[in-house]
Design a protein around this ligand. Structure first.
Ligand code: PEP
Ligand code: MN
Length: 339
């Protein structure tokens, strides 16, 4: 249920409602809006009619059921978009398009420092690089683990960029959070519920990638796991789903962007690198993502893609990345955004 407070109702009325929700055995999640506060009462759906009694409290405008299975992620609870601050001057979900760039995997200090400088100079805002890699084959490069985290942090600090990297295991959340500004949950872990619960308790923003076989509703339910553990900072990432089409690595579902925009207040970014699997398709699909209303892009960039230890075929060279950033400009302006 959602308790909608009257515009301008005093804070003490909101506090009273929060206390009553707790007394009734529900968990309150308060969203402090510009004009009014809204309190989600989350708990057992069966006894929720008791919450209707809250309508008689001072400052309460109405008590309404949340119709969607995802509650805290839904626009019903929070109609205005969520803007998440990632570092001083870097945020996602507002007017400015966020660009995350970097290699698939952290391979060496030189690779990361060179990449950080190149993508920063081209206009990227966040540096990426995997230290724990989810590989289909156990014989493929698995990532440099903590050494990789250290390199990523160092390269980000030197270039003055916040960093994002994947965490695959609930036991590694604290370790990864020590080095990374943003915690990524990969496509293969989108329904790893113990990881989602653990990461939802972290103070770090979360970049949640859609699974290759996850419906939009399931994707939002995964975000709900993080939100229900207390996180307010979940960024959704469309990265392609698996279909019968094999000309591309995945089928980049750009229609997910407007659908998600309608259903959730959370920011949505697109990863056309994993979405297509081929570097030559990254530019057109980046432009299309911006046109579809995405809040940001995540692009794989490598100094020498032909030598990359993972995902070389979909990685852009520094030159191609700079070219992409230039080509994006009119699309960004047409979408009413800045970059
Ligand atoms: C990645 O971003 O490096 C990655 C492994 O992506 P995904 O989880 O979308 O496959
Ligand atoms: Mn990759």
């Amino acid at each position: 249920m959602i308790v909608v407070m009257k515009p301008g109702a005093p804070r003490k009325d909101t506090r009273t409602v929060i206390g009553k929700i707790r007394e009734l055995g529900y968990t309150p999640h308060t969203i402090y809006g510009k004009t009014r506060n809204v309190i989600g009462a989350i708990g057992d759906e069966r006894g929720k009619f008791v919450l209707h009694s809250l309508e008689s409290l001072p400052g309460v405008e109405r008590v309404v059921p949340i119709l969607k299975p995802y509650k805290l992620a839904s626009r019903e609870v929070k109609p205005e978009p969520t803007e998440i601050r990632l570092a001083p001057g870097v945020s996602v979900g507002g007017k400015k398009l966020l660009v995350i760039a970097g290699p698939c995997s952290v391979e060496s200090e030189q690779q990361m420092v060179e990449t950080a400088n190149a993508v920063k100079a081209a206009g990227a805002h966040v540096l990426r690089g995997g230290a724990f890699k989810p590989r289909t084959s156990p014989y493929a490069f698995q990532g440099l683990e903590e050494r990789g985290l250290k390199i990523l942090r160092k390269a980000g600090d030197r270039a003055g960029m916040p960093v994002v990297t994947e965490v695959m295991n609930p036991m590694d959340v604290d370790l990864v959070a020590r080095y990374s500004d943003i915690l990524q949950v990969g496509a293969r872990n989108v329904q790893n519920f113990s990881l989602l619960k653990r990461i939802g308790k972290s103070k770090r923003p979360i970049l949640l990638k859609r699974g290759m076989m996850t419906t939009i509703t399931e994707f939002l339910m995964s975000a709900e796991y993080c939100l229900s553990e207390g996180s307010r900072q979940v960024i959704l990432c469309e990265r392609g789903i698996r279909t019968f089409e094999d000309a591309t690595r995945n089928t980049l579902d750009l229609s997910a962007v407007p659908v998600l925009k309608e259903r959730t207040h959370l920011p949505i970014i697109v990863d056309p690198s994993h979405g297509t699997g081929h570097s030559q398709y990254v530019k057109p699909m980046s432009c299309a993502s911006v046109a579809a209303g995405a809040d940001g892009l995540m692009i794989e960039v490598h100094p020498t893609p032909e030598k990359a230890l993972s995902d070389g075929p979909q990685s852009l060279t520094f030159e191609k990345f700079a070219e992409l950033m230039a080509v994006l400009k009119p699309f960004v302006a047409a979408a009413g955004r800045t970059i």
